[in-house]
Design a binder for this molecule. Structure first.
Ligand code: BES
Ligand code: ZN
Length: 642
C-alpha cells in the first residue's frame, strides 16, 4: 500500500483504509482500500468508488424456481465522500421495484443505457443519495428481482440432476455476471463484506460462499430460510449460491463436501486428500484465513472445472475419475484462498495475479501431497501448452503477454498466457532466487495485501524491493518486465524435466513411427496425466482403422476419467470417426463444461461437410442445457443465430 497516494489518505478520510493498512489498528481495517493507480482501473464497471462505494451487502432473497428468478431486497452500506450526491451501481437486466434509504424514504434513481459497444457491462444504476451525504455510514435498500436472462444463474430442470426429481440452481459470478442477480458495484477492486437470508422450497438445501449461520428456519408455505455471512471483505464476483437436493459429508475437521445423495459417496471418496492439501498449503504460504473449506459437487451442466468461491469451492462432477487423478483441480481452487481471494487483481487485465499465481501454488500443493513426479509432470504439461499457444499465436502477439491488452473481455482472461505463463514465470523466479527466499517473499506478499486488491506493478515493485534489493546482476537475470509485459517466452524460462514423461513420450514416438500400441498393462499402469500426455501426442490424422485399434487396445471409450474420454472423443471426431458419434452426442447432452464442450464442437465443425450437420443436430438438442458462458462460446463456433 505504500504507493497509494498519501494525499488520498487526507483527502478521502471516509475511505478509512485508503491510508496505509499499517497505519491502522486491526479493528479498523475492515474497509479495503480502492487502488488509484492507472493499472488498477477496471473498465468493466460503471462504479465511481472514490465518490461513493459499497462496503457491505445484505441480501434477503427468495429463490423462485417456477419463475427462474431471485426476488427480494439488497441493503447496501455506502461510504460516500463529503461532496458526493449519488452512487453508481452495476446492473445487467435487474428489475428494480424501488430504492429507499435505510429509514424507508424513497430515493430517486435512474437506470442508464447499456453501452452498445460493450453490452456485457450491463447498465448503470445511479441512485441519488438525498440527505444521506457525509462521512457517516449510510444504507440504501433496493427492491428487485433478477431479469429473465440473468446469466449468473443457471436454473436446472430435474432431468439435469443426478436424482432427476428436484430442480437445482447455481450461480457463477466471475467474471462480471453477478450484476445479473445482485445490484452492487461489481468490480474486483471494490471489496465488500456480505450477509444473506435466502428462502427455498423444501426439501432443498441452500449453500453460499459464506459461513452458514445456524440451522435453516421454517418460514411457512413449505419453505425454509438459510442464513450466511462473510465477514472478510471479498471482491463481489465471489458471492455465490447453489440450491438443490444436496447433502453434506464431512471430510476433515474443517472440510466437507455437498452433493446430491446419488453422487455424495463417490465425491467424498475422490476428495479424501482435501485436509492434507489445506495443511500443505498452510505450510507453504501461511495460515488458511477463511475458517472452513467446503466444496459442492454440482450437476454436470456447471460450465467450469472449478470456481474458488470462498469457503465453498464449486466443482464439476466430471473431475471424478475414481482414482483421484484429477484432484489437481481441488489444489487449484484451494490455492485461490491465497492468490485471488485473499489478494485479488484490481482489474481483469491482471488475470495472471489470480490464475497464474494460483497455478504455480497448485503445483506446489501437488508436489507436497502427491510427490515431485506428479508436480513435474503437471509442469511439463503446462510448459507444453504455453509453448504450443505461443507457436500458434506468434511470439510477438500481444495476447501472449501476462498482463492482457486493453479491451479484452474479462471472460477471455483465461488461457495459457495467464495460467501457464504465470506458472512458468513463478517457477523460473523460484529457481533463480531459491525456494526459501522466494517463498518468504510470496508469504510476505499475501500478508501485506491480505483482503486487499493488487496490480502487476505492485508485485514487481515488491519483488524489486524485497528480493532484488539493488542487485543489478539479479535484476538482469530475472527479466521481470519481459515476463509480465512482454510477449512470447522469455529466454530464462525453466524448462521441464525431460524425464517427467520419458516412458510415455517414447511410447508416443513408437506409435507415431510405426503404429506400435502401448501394451495394455503399461497403459493401465499409467497415471491420468500420463494417459493424457500420450493422447495429446497422437498424430493429428488417424484413419478409422487406427482409431478402432487404439480404442480396442486401450479401451478409451470406456475410460472412467473424463479427461481421457474427452481426448479420445476429440481425436475421433476430428478424424470423422463415425462410431464415436453416438458417445460424443451422449457426452455433450450431459456435460456443460466449456473446456470439453467447446473443443468437441470445434473438432466436428472443422471437418466441414462431415461434422457440421452432426454439430448442428446435436447443438439444437443440447444448447438449452448449457450455461450462458458455454452457450456463448459454442454459438460462435457453429455460427448459431437463434
Ligand atoms: N477462477 C477460475 C475460473 C474463471 C476464470 C471463471 C476467469 C471466469 C473467469 C477457476 O479457478 C479456474 O481456473 N478453473 C479452471 C481450473 C483448472 C485450471 C484446474 C477450470 O475451470 O478449468
Ligand atoms: Zn483458477
Amino acid at each position: 500500500m505504500r504507493f497509494l497516494a498519501f494525499a488520498s489518505c487526507l483527502a478521502l478520510p471516509f475511505l478509512a483504509a485508503a491510508c496505509t493498512a499499517d497505519d491502522l489498528p486491526d479493528e479498523e481495517r475492515t474497509v479495503a482500500p480502492i487502488l488509484t493507480s492507472a493499472q488498477a482501473q477496471d473498465e468493466f464497471t460503471y462504479a465511481r468508488p472514490l465518490e461513493a462505494r459499497v462496503t457491505h451487502v445484505a441480501l434477503d432473497l427468495d429463490l423462485d424456481f417456477e419463475g427462474k428468478r431471485v426476488e427480494g431486497t439488497a441493503t447496501l452500506d455506502v461510504d460516500a465522500a463529503d461532496d458526493a450526491t449519488e452512487i453508481v451501481l452495476d446492473s445487467n437486466g435487474l428489475v428494480i421495484g424501488g430504492i429507499t434509504d435505510g429509514n424507508g424514504n424513497e430515493l430517486d434513481y435512474e437506470i442508464g443505457e447499456a453501452d452498445p459497444d460493450n453490452a456485457e457491462k450491463g447498465e448503470p444504476i445511479t441512485v441519488q443519495l438525498g440527505e444521506m451525504t457525509g462521512p457517516a455510514l449510510q444504507q440504501i435498500v433496493i427492491n428487485y428481482a433478477s431479469g429473465p436472462e440473468a446469466e449468473a444463474l443457471q436454473w436446472l430442470e430435474p432431468e439435469q440432476t443426478a436424482g432427476g426429481e428436484y430442480p437445482f440452481v447455481f450461480s457463477q459470478g466471475q467474471a462480471i455476471l453477478n450484476r445479473t442477480w445482485i445490484p452492487t458495484q461489481d468490480s474486483p477492486g471494490i471489496r465488500q463484506t456480505w450477509e444473506a437470508r435466502i428462502t427455498a422450497p423444501k426439501p432443498l438445501n441452500v449453500v453460499m460462499s459464506g459461513i452458514s449461520r445456524g440451522d435453516p428456519e421454517d418460514v411457512g408455505e413449505n419453505r425454509r430460510a438459510f442464513e450466511f455471512t462473510m465477514e472478510n471483505s471479498v471482491p463481489p464476483y465471489l458471492i455465490a449460491i447453489a440450491a438443490g437436493n444436496i447433502e453434506f459429508a464431512e471430510l476433515g475437521p474443517r472440510s466437507g463436501v455437498w452433493a446430491e445423495p446419488e453422487v455424495l459417496e463417490e465425491a467424498a471418496a475422490e476428495l479424501v486428500d482435501t485436509e492434507a492439501m489445506i495443511d500443505a498449503a498452510e505450510e507453504i504460504y501461511g495460515e488458511y484465513r477463511w475458517g472452513r473449506y467446503d466444496m459442492i459437487v454440482l450437476p454436470p451442466a456447471f460450465p467450469y472445472g472449478g470456481m474458488e468461491n470462498p469457503v465453498m469451492t464449486f466443482l464439476t462432477p466430471t473431475f471424478i475419475a475414481g482414482d483421484r487423478s484429477n484432484t489437481g483441480l481441488v489444489a487449484h481452487e484451494l490455492a485461490h484462498s491465497w492468490s485471488g481471494n485473499l489478494v485479488t487483481y484490481s482489474s481483469w487485465r491482471d488475470g495472471w495475479l489470480n490464475e497464474g499465481v494460483t497455478s504455480y501454488f497448485e503445483s506446489r500443493i501437488s508436489e507436497a501431497v502427491f510427490g515431485e513426479q506428479r508436480a513435474n509432470q503437471e509442469y511439463a504439461l503446462s510448459y507444453n501448452s504455453l509453448v504450443e499457444a505461443i507457436e500458434e499465436e506468434g511470439a510477438d502477439n500481444p495476447n501472449t503477454a501476462m498482463r492482457t491488452p486493453d479491451g479484452i473481455s474479462p471472460f477471455d482472461t483465461i488461457g495459457p498466457a495467464i495460467y501457464d505463463k504465470g506458472t512458468v514465470f513463478l517457477r523460473t523466479m523460484e529457481t533463480i532466487i531459491g525456494r526459501e527466499r522466494f517463498d518468504e517473499f510470496m508469504r510476505g506478499w499475501f500478508d501485506r495485501h491480505a483482503f486487499q486488491p493488487a496490480t502487476s506493478e505492485m508485485f514487481l515493485a515488491e519483488l524489486r524491493e524485497y528480493v532484488v534489493d539493488g542487485d543489478e546482476a539479479l535484476e538482469e537475470e530475472l527479466m521481470l518486465d519481459e515476463w509480465v509485459y512482454g510477449t512470447g517466452l522469455p529466454e530464462n524460462a525453466v524448462v521441464p524435466d525431460a524425464e517427467a514423461f520419458a516412458e510415455v513420450d517414447s511410447a508416443a514416438e513408437a506409435y507415431a513411427a510405426g503404429g506400435t500400441l502401448p501394451a495394455t498393462e503399461a497403459w493401465t499402469g499409467w497415471t491420468g496425466a500420463e494417459q493424457q500426455r500420450f493422447l495429446q501426442e497422437l498424430p493429428e490424422e488417424l484413419s478409422a482403422d487406427e482409431l478402432a485399434a487404439l480404442n480396442e487396445q486401450l479401451a478409451l471409450s470406456d475410460s472412467g476419467n473424463n479427461e481421457v474420454l474427452f481426448l479420445w472423443l476429440e481425436a475421433a471426431l476430428r478424424n470423422e470417426y463415425q462410431p464415436a458419434v453416438a458417445q460424443a452426442e451422449e457426452f455433450l447432452a450431459e456435460v456443460g463444461r466449456n473446456k470439453f464442450v467447446a473443443p468437441l464442437f470445434t473438432a466436428l465443425w472443422e471437418t466441414g461437410s462431415w461434422g457440421q450437420p452432426i454439430a448442428t443436430r446435436i447443438y439444437n438438442k443440447t444448447r438449452g442445457g448449457y450455461h450462458s458462458y458455454t452457450r456463448g462460446n459454442v454459438d460462435q463456433i457453429v455460427g448459431y443465430e437463434g
